[in-house]
Design a protein. Sequence first.
Length: 173
Amino acid sequence: MASDVDAVWEIIHKCSEWLAKELKLDHWLKYYTREMVEKKFENQHVYVAKKGKTIVGTVTLDENPVEYYTEDDMKNFKKRNAKAVYITALAVDPDHQGGGVASQLLKASEQAAMGMEAKYIRFDCRADYKELIEFYIHRGYMIVGKIIDTEDNNNVYYLMEKRLGEKLQTTLN
């Protein structure tokens, strides 16, 4: 819902500040703006996780790759021309991290992507955020390549991908 823009922006901003303070990773602070969050609501699929009436997490899905992926980046993905959905932001309010919200958002993203008839779900993640990489690998995602951001201190990002389950076809006799 468009009325959730402020809450989603607040979560992304709090996560940006947390990443910068706790992990010395400032890439989200440099990248995300409130205007970008507004555009996500206009052009992408934004989902939220709530505890009671409070939004505590968010994930954004896009049926198109992010604009900064080059043709060479796309070659890293298996079956790069297969229908895929791209996660462009997954964030959980720092006060609610560790409670399974991110896992629920990831699982819901996979279900939504399958509903869009996607065969893959893809995204990139900072390579030096080891705990997050392990989180994704534990949930079946694979590192399929890397991007070096030459405009931001040559930071390395892993390209991550998961093949989504086939829908079972059943017939009744």
